[in-house]
Design a protein around this ligand. Structure first.
Ligand SMILES: [Fe+2]
Ligand SMILES: [Fe+2]
Length: 355
């Protein structure tokens, strides 16, 4: 991915290959498959007009053993909103027929499925206001997903405003009951999603789902991927907004999960940013939203011996130009805050180290 190049079209030279991208904008991206794994190299990115740039390229090591499956997660679609950010709020003007959250969700779904995801996991905040028309749009979006999917709600799906409808009603519109957990087994991994909503609050409470998550993780021979909306807070005193699941509850959940199934992985949304932590042997990630900078989805390649997380910016041109604009939100701080470092976004985790 590049920005600030001269006029296109753009060609990329890497590992002796030349790839024509078709991009004619200063901001663009290309996916190049088949690179050597676990390698640091560089790509020469050459616009038709102006100087070529050298971009560093790093590929991840592959986990041990054969690949068993791929799935992807999308967090925080916020269908129905037309703006993003405080202070220097970004809005689409003129208002397009299809608002940016829907364009971003559709593009992210298409890219994730194209990458090979056999299942999509939606980690909450499907809607922005929980209005009937928002849920209708979410329903249409999910009906168009060409692979199986599972979902949990987030705090934005449970708004208590005049225009929002009760959460149970909204979920019913997309064919879901309100349940504390859901799970599905894919080759090589059990995926568990859990609903930590508490009332209409914008923070999470894991007490009601704690035991069910651990039981589901314990009763399988597979590694467990736990998808949450709310992040597990890592400090006793919160220092950024929004709040997640408070540290005392989070620590207890992580300790019991590690005891139940040491080959576990936890990932949340809600913060709209990319971060990675570890708690003992368990990786914990927060992954950003498709609709605001950097505008991403996460893919997971599950191998016999481990799992590879990759976070990819959605490249559809109208989405990319919008998400790039949202860097300016919150007086420009959003662009610095949300991306996270490369090794927080994309990394390989070896299950064997967890045993
Ligand atoms: Fe959100
Ligand atoms: Fe949220």
């Amino acid at each position: 991915m590049w920005r600030d190049l001269g006029e296109g079209p753009v060609t990329v030279e890497i590992e002796g290959r030349t790839v024509e991208t078709g991009w004619d904008a200063q901001l663009g991206s290309v996916v190049i498959d088949g690179l050597r794994v676990d390698t640091t190299t560089s790509a020469l990115v050459r616009p038709k007009v102006g100087e070529a740039r050298t971009l560093p390229i790093t590929t991840l090591p592959e986990p041990a053993g054969p690949e068993r499956c791929r799935f992807a997660t999308l967090s925080d679609l916020h269908i129905g909103t037309s703006s993003f950010g405080m202070l220097t709020t970004q809005r689409e003007r003129p208002r397009p027929d299809v608002l940016h959250p829907m364009r971003a969700a559709r593009a992210a779904i298409a890219e994730a499925v194209d990458w090979g995801a056999e299942l999509l996991v939606f980690k909450g905040d499907l809607t922005h206001h929980g209005r009937r028309r928002d849920w209708e749009e979410v329903g249409e979006l999910l009906d168009s997903v060409p692979v199986p999917w599972i979902a949990i709600p987030g705090n934005h799906d449970n708004h208590k405003t005049k225009s929002s409808i009760p959460l149970d009603e909204g979920l019913a519109m997309i064919g879901l009951d309100r349940v504390p957990t859901r799970h599905v087994d894919l080759p090589g991994v059990r995926i568990i999603v859990a609903d930590a909503l508490t009332g209409h609050h914008n923070y999470g409470d894991s007490s009601a789902i704690h035991h069910e998550i651990c039981e589901l993780a314990a009763e399988t021979d597979l590694p467990a991927f736990v998808g949450l909306h709310f992040h597990l807070m890592r400090t006793p005193v919160p220092w950024f907004w929004p709040l997640g699941v408070r540290k005392t509850q989070a620590d207890a959940l992580l300790a019991d999960l590690a005891a139940a199934n040491p080959r576990s992985f936890v990932s949340s949304g809600h913060t709209h940013r990319n971060r990675r932590y570890t708690a003992g042997a368990i990786p914990i990630t927060e992954v950003g939203s498709p609709k605001d900078y950097p505008g991403v989805w996460a893919g997971y390649a599950v191998h016999e011996g481990g799992i590879r997380q990759l976070v990819r910016r959605t490249a559809e041109p109208s989405v990319l130009s919008w998400t790039e604009r949202t860097r300016l939100a919150v007086v420009g701080v959003w662009g610095l805050w949300s991306m996270g470092t490369l090794d927080h976004r994309s990394f390989t985790h070896d299950w064997a180290t967890a045993l």
